[in-house]
Design a protein around this ligand. Structure first.
Ligand code: IPM
Ligand code: MN
Length: 352
């Protein structure tokens, strides 16, 4: 019996989560696993109503679950940063979800903006460090608001944090067993402290424990270039928090857009949290036109991480069957409503 916490969140979050849960139900019936859902009311609406962002008790409650399923955080009525830092980043940090796993996979019949590239070319995974770097919140102001103002934002890279991320990436590359190649994405030519540590740890860990995995390196700017020009060169990319944030939005675009891109915030020894990476899309709220496939993909990643590998595989097959029926991945242009897309995937799982 899996205990799953559900955080529908803001904007279109609740609509897409409902479809993910619909597909989860079909998968549970088909593959005989049981689960129990516990909803959490967190997000912009609650903040505006009560002033509460994330109560201490909620964090402790969430530690008791096997997984967390998240819709979206972000509300047009709340100043940017409050909910993102107060809910999403705080959960990643407090639950020590030190990996942000973001597959970049173009499914057949999905449009990519890359000319002459298809599903055989766009199939890699980004392992983003998720608790350190520029996101650690280190730094501050001096003389704020004066002409002599100074703002410092430091990137924190601990040997322990970097190494556990690298180990996860090496192991993931081995398990994936595609090209057995791990690319470190950094900026060793300018960030000569942070990425010196990353590079040394990368080769030490790789040489000692992962001699079967090819080690490759690309600067982050060049990584962006190759993701567009030769995405087929990548198998698994490992990188720091900030670079990972940026290159995975680029990745989402080449795999068909925010309607399809999913990710997992993973603590391999603890509670992991799964989310569509597209955000709350407030302008589409309540219209039943947003694409739920990213949220369904997040549910698939959740099942895989819980150990329901067969169900996860069938869920992916069902997503592939469904995308072939959609006119577009974009909200309002799918040729189906949000709930109809959920129905199609759930049906495909049931029929599998
Ligand atoms: C993401 C998002 C978040 C991030 C924001 C909402 C804080 O962009 O999950 O990539 O920067 O990590
Ligand atoms: Mn992002």
């Amino acid at each position: 019996m899996y205990k799953i916490a559900v955080l529908p969140g803001d904007g279109t979050g609740p609509e897409v989560v409902a479809e993910g849960l619909k597909v989860l139900e079909a998968a549970g019936r088909k593959f005989n696993f049981k689960y129990e859902l516990t909803p959490f009311d967190l997000g912009g609406e609650r903040y505006l109503r009560t002033g509460e962002v994330l109560p201490e008790s909620a964090v402790d409650d969430l530690r008791q679950f096997d997984a967390i399923y998240l819709g979206a955080i972000g509300h047009p009525g709340v100043k940017p940063g409050i909910l993102e830092k107060g809910i999403l980043l705080r959960l990643r940090f407090e639950l020590d979800q030190y990996i942000n796993l973001r597959p970049v996979k173009l499914y057949p019949n999905v449009d990519t903006p890359l000319k002459d590239k298809g599903p055989a070319d766009i199939d890699f995974v980004v392992v983003r460090e998720n608790t350190e770097g520029l996101y650690a919140g280190a730094g501050g102001f001096l003389k704020r608001g004066t002409p002599d103002e100074i703002a410092v934002q430091e990137s924190i890279n601990t040997r322990k944090g970097v190494e556990r991320c690298l180990r996860y990436a090496f192991e993931y590359t081995r398990r994936r067993n595609k090209d057995n190649k791990l690319t470190l994405c950094g900026k060793t030519n300018v960030l000569t402290f942070a990425f010196d540590l990353w590079e040394r740890a990368f080769h030490e860990v790789g040489e000692r424990d992962f001699a079967d995995i090819k080690r490759d390196y690309a600067h982050v700017d060049a990584t962006c270039m190759w993701m567009i020009k030769n995405p087929e060169w990548f198998d698994v990319i490992v990188t720091d928090n900030m670079f990972g944030d940026i290159i995975t939005d680029l990745g989402a675009m080449i795999q068909g857009g925010m309607g399809i891109a999913a990710g997992g915030n993973i603590n391999p020894e603890g509670v992991s949290m799964f989310e569509p990476i597209g955000g709350s899309a407030p302008k589409y709220t309540g219209q039943n036109i947003i694409n739920p496939l990213a949220a369904i993909g997040a549910c698939q990643l959740m099942l895989d991480t819980l150990g329901e590998h067969q169900a996860a595989r069938q869920m992916e097959t069902a997503i592939i069957t469904t995308v072939a029926k959609l006119k577009s991945m974009s909200a309002g242009q799918m040729g189906y409503s949000t709930s109809q897309v959920g129905d199609l995937v759930a049906q495909a799982v049931a029929d599998s």
